[in-house]
Design a binder for this molecule. Structure first.
Ligand code: ZN
Length: 236
């Protein structure tokens, strides 16, 4: 699995990969220094990177396994991942520690963004995403994937009650207080490789949102008043 960092543009957002195989597709991620949040932030980021704010697909996220293939710009209630094959549209999500997982078809204008926290990961949001792409006629091996900045194994602590949900290969160690750490990115990578995505097409960001306080918002670090990072993927 290739771990590469993303290019920083203007210190306010990242271009999530310098170039996808389908070089029409571009993906972005706002940093803590990005001046706007919420819907205004989404619109602002879209404008800066050359997408149209009125063409945003915006899931109303609930930490579910619900993913949708969407053909019109809209709010999508009760949803944690959106895909489209309409090149004029832009998929969006917001995160603070959860994994933003970007999907880009190697040659066609098909792309998506999924919000994956530990609960969604365990409950099967990646399996639902794979099933959705297959149902719409796409081969999983035809997608490039980037797991963006998120809380990493250095900082993602879980207690006894939740650790049973993870296979031992993804658990780092326990300290004397019964706290374990889990490598969510490795777990997501492993799941996707088993589903039929190509390992060589999956890239992981090394950036830990909890560690890098100046760079990212973190829900676990900053609590319920934490800001959010915005993710966008679209076609130009
Ligand atoms: Zn960390």
């Amino acid at each position: 699995m290739g771990r590469r960092s993303s290019k920083i543009l203007g210190n306010e957002f990242l271009q999530i990969k310098p170039q996808f195989s389908n070089n029409n597709i571009k993906a972005f991620f706002s940093l803590r220094s990005f001046p706007a949040n919420g819907e205004a932030g989404r619109n602002e980021l879209a404008k800066i990177v050359g997408f149209k704010p009125q063409n945003l697909i915006t899931p109303i996220q609930i930490h579910s396994t619900n993913v949708n293939f969407v053909l019109t710009a809209d709010l999508v209630p009760r949803c944690d991942g959106v895909f489209t094959n309409k090149k004029e549209l832009t998929c969006s999500i917001q995160v603070a520690d959860c994994m933003p997982i970007y999907f880009a078809h190697l040659s066609e204008n098909v792309f998506g963004l999924v919000h994956v926290g530990w609960r969604g990961l365990v409950d099967g949001i990646l399996e639902e995403s794979a099933a959705l792409l297959s149902k719409n006629g796409y081969k999983l091996s035809d997608f490039e994937i980037v797991i963006g900045p998120s809380i990493q194994k250095c900082c993602f602590e879980v207690r006894d009650d939740i650790i049973k949900k993870f296979k031992s290969e993804f658990i780092i160690r326990a300290n004397q207080n019964g706290v374990y750490k889990v490598d969510l990115q490795k777990y997501a990578f492993s799941k996707m490789a088993h589903m039929g995505f190509e390992e060589s097409n999956i890239e992981l960001s090394n950036d830990c949102t909890f560690c890098l306080q100046e760079k990212y918002h973190s829900f676990r670090r900053d609590g319920k008043n934490s800001g959010r990072m915005l993710g966008l993927i679209g076609s130009s």
